[in-house]
Design a protein around this ligand. Structure first.
Ligand code: URA
Length: 212
């Protein structure tokens, strides 16, 4: 698995405000969108393009456009939804699929409760959005779900990652030839006994949308 930890002062600045427990939900949502746009810039470095001919007001020339089929963006509900706007702002022609996954807070096991995705993902570049790579359980289940539909090109974008989550993803997909890229805003220290990222930012879904 290719892991890219963003290293940019603007990302670090926004992350620091995001982590601060005093940051309210509207500011948190806005910052998540901004961060995802910055991370998406890195995550789409290998997006498929095709050469096209155009005419500028001066001359005929060639340029690059996003190739078809366009990428599929897959936010993992609920917290991944807060990342969608920031991603589609950068890639407005992407299709959007949804994957609803919930983590049992005791066993930390992830299960799928809803999905809206193309049946055939062969040849599609998939960008999975989930703000927190903690134990890795949710993302491992999500990647399996996409791979079962034929996806072979998967990039995960998260705001924060824990070393335990990265190790779990690497272990889960070590045996199969599925190239996965992870782009994260920061690599944090560890998980605590409740499966929360330390220092982290708390529960991303609650901070985006409130405790419901
Ligand atoms: N999910 C969250 O929202 N926060 C964490 O720290 C870990 C998992």
């Amino acid at each position: 698995m290719k892991v890219h930890v963003a290293n940019h002062p603007l990302i670090s600045h926004k992350l620091t405000v995001l982590r601060d427990e005093r940051t309210d939900s509207p500011t948190f949502r806005h910052l998540v969108e901004e961060l995802v746009t910055l991370l998406a810039y890195e995550a789409t470095r290998e997006v498929h393009t095709e050469t096209v001919s155009i005419k500028t007001p001066v001359t005929a020339t060639k340029g690059l456009k996003l190739a078809k089929p366009t990428p599929v963006v897959v936010p993992i509900l609920r917290a991944g939804l807060g990342m969608l706007e920031g991603m589609t702002r950068l890639v407005p022609t992407a299709e959007v699929g949804f994957l609803g996954m919930v983590r049992d807070e005791v066993t930390l096991e992830a299960s799928t409760y809803a999905n809206r995705l193309p049946d055939d993902l062969a040849g599609r570049q998939c960008f999975v959005l989930d703000p927190m790579l903690a134990t890795g359980g949710t993302l491992i289940a999500a990647v399996h779900f996409l791979a079962e539909r034929g996806a072979t090109d998967i990039t995960i974008i998260c705001i924060l990652a824990a070393p335990e989550g990265i190790a779990a993803l690497e272990k889960a997909f070590a045996e199969i030839a599925l190239p996965i890229t992870l782009v994260t805003g920061a690599l944090d220290e560890k998980l605590n006994e409740h499966g929360y990222i330390v220092p982290g930012l708390g529960d991303a879904g609650d901070r985006l949308y409130g405790v419901v």
